[in-house]
Design a protein around this ligand. Structure first.
Ligand SMILES: *[C@@H]1O[C@H](CO)[C@@H](O)[C@H](O)[C@H]1NC(C)=O
Length: 493
């Protein structure tokens, strides 16, 4: 596919003959097509942003867009035969498909699970980007098959009244959105067969504005029992709240399918003396966005207090910025200097930061190179890296609160106790509570795992079994398909 070719139509006057709906579809498809091109340039990107800006000022465009997708008006080249055999219903999944980040990878995992496992569904699948800005890096890192699927599903023809819309994003993005994004649903709620909000939070409650937005939905899907109870306790209509767990690609995250990444050449040393594969006995890995919520301070304190340069242990942090610059080495050194942690006589236990981009395809190899995974978060929606590590059969130490309580057990992991509930002091969830994981418990658990690797490996093995049994794409695809089928049957008119 060539970006020039795809860019052309917009400049051709004859394509503008049908001014309202067609132009909008064109722009929308164009944005996706241009993004899909492998020869993407900065100039193209700015053009798209301009186009987007221009068209987003029209209030009715999304309705027009959907109307345009009606079968009779479809400009599709590769029409599949026998339209009669196609189910009349659509599931339009709206999510930050092109953004990267939590909701993005979640939404892809649902789409891929459905696409690959539900062979004769009652509905056709459509996708639309919504809820966050596009990231070219992310898009370019997606497998070609996923990109092709994106184009295919983006062209699915849907009729509004037969469409179940899933707004997979934070409620502020739902119609009417509180920031600039394609609204979801793309038009009045009642125009659709049903509208579902799929969201989650990392604190002990849902704020009033979000509760109102949830209650406008026909259903609210959340990933865990923790969310079912926090949403209902916060005032979301209990009859609307449905638990739909998240899938994990257990074939992709399969320890038997990979050789470990060579850690000697991965990450840069920020504290302690360099170890190598010969003198490092125990490798701890953590994966997180650099934010207070993730408890990196708890992790550093526990690790540096428990271990020293003589232990033969190393800690690798795969991290990326969150509303902050990316100089994690200095942040860590600053943190240690300003803390009351005393430097052991044998020197600091080494800490490495991996802040260069690790391609999604190398991620399993990184997990494979570790002996254990640790994440003392204060709160998690789901905890994707935890689940990935578990699928990779790693023993996991993670805070026993919020989303991960859905899957952490004493048999498959090391649930980390917390000292107390603390108030969130900044950001949009100020005043909510989340857990304060125990530094001393974390020290005990890390040491225990290191000294009891046979037990830890057995828990890692159980972890993978649990991930396969509960969250493999086939399992979750069936849960999803059943939930959607129920909705279609209930709302039949
Ligand atoms: C983890 O939390 C659950 C409650 O959510 C509790 O029942 C369980 O005992 C806890 N496990 C550990 C190891 O603290």
């Amino acid at each position: 596919m060539d970006s020039q070719e795809n860019l052309q139509p917009i400049n051709r006057p004859e394509r503008h003959q049908n001014p309202n709906s067609k132009t909008y579809l064109l722009v929308s498809i164009l944005i996706l097509f241009v993004a899909i091109s492998f020869t993407f340039t900065k100039t193209d990107y700015y053009k798209i942003q301009l186009l987007r800006h221009k068209f987003s000022s029209h209030s009715n465009i999304f309705q027009a867009f959907l109307e345009f997708l009606a079968p009779t008006q479809k400009p599709r080249k590769t029409q599949t035969p026998k339209p009669i055999s196609k189910p009349p219903y659509c599931v339009l999944w709206m999510a930050p498909f092109l953004s990267g980040g939590g909701y993005s990878s979640e939404s892809w995992s649902y789409i891929l699970a459905l696409h690959e496992n539900v062979k004769s569904p009652l509905f056709r699948l459509a996708i639309e980007h919504h809820g966050d800005l596009e990231s070219l890096d992310f898009w370019e890192g997606l497998p070609v098959s996923t990109k092709n699927l994106a184009v295919e599903l983006h062209q699915t023809e849907c009729t509004m009244s037969k469409t179940v819309v899933i707004c997979h994003s934070e409620p502020g993005a739902w119609y009417p959105p509180l920031f600039e994004t394609m609204p979801c649903p793309p038009g009045a709620y009642q125009n659709f067969k049903a509208v579902i909000g799929r969201t989650m939070f990392e604190t002990d409650r849902v704020n009033a504005e979000h509760v109102n937005r949830c209650n406008k939905m026909d259903y609210v899907w959340v990933p865990t029992e923790f969310h079912v109870s926090t949403f209902i306790e916060s005032g979301v209509d209990p009859s609307k709240v449905v638990k739909i767990v998240q899938p994990i690609d257990v074939k992709f995250f399969d320890p038997l399918a990979y050789k470990p990444l060579n850690l000697d050449s991965t990450g840069h040393l920020v504290l302690g003396a360099r170890t190598n594969s010969l003198n490092s006995k125990f490798v701890l890995l953590s994966v997180f966005k650099w934010e207070y919520r993730k408890g990196w301070d708890v992790l550093l304190k526990s690790y540096l207090e428990e271990f020293s340069g003589a232990d033969g242990v190393s800690l690798y942090l795969l991290t990326n910025p969150y509303h902050s610059d990316g100089d994690f080495g200095n942040k860590i050194v600053d943190f240690v200097e300003n803390s009351d942690i005393t430097k052991p006589v044998t020197g600091w236990a080494p800490i490495y930061v991996i802040d260069n981009h690790i391609a999604q395809t190398d991620l399993p190899r990184l997990y494979k190179a570790a002996d254990a995974f640790v994440l003392p978060s204060r709160g998690e929606g789901w905890g994707r890296p935890i689940v990935e590590a578990m699928a990779m059969s790693l023993p996991v130490i993670a805070t026993n609160w919020s989303g991960p309580t859905e899957f952490l057990t004493e048999e498959n992991s090391y649930p980390l106790a917390f000292d107390r509930m603390n108030e969130v002091t900044e950001g949009p969830f100020r005043g909510h509570l989340w857990a304060e994981p125990s530094v001393s418990e974390l020290r005990v658990l890390m040491r225990h795992v290191m000294n009891n690797m046979d037990e830890a490996k057995a828990r890692g093995k159980k972890a993978r079994e649990d991930m396969i049994r509960r969250f493999s794409p086939e399992i979750v695809a069936n849960i999803l398909a059943d939930a959607i089928q129920n909705i279609l049957e209930k709302s039949n008119d």
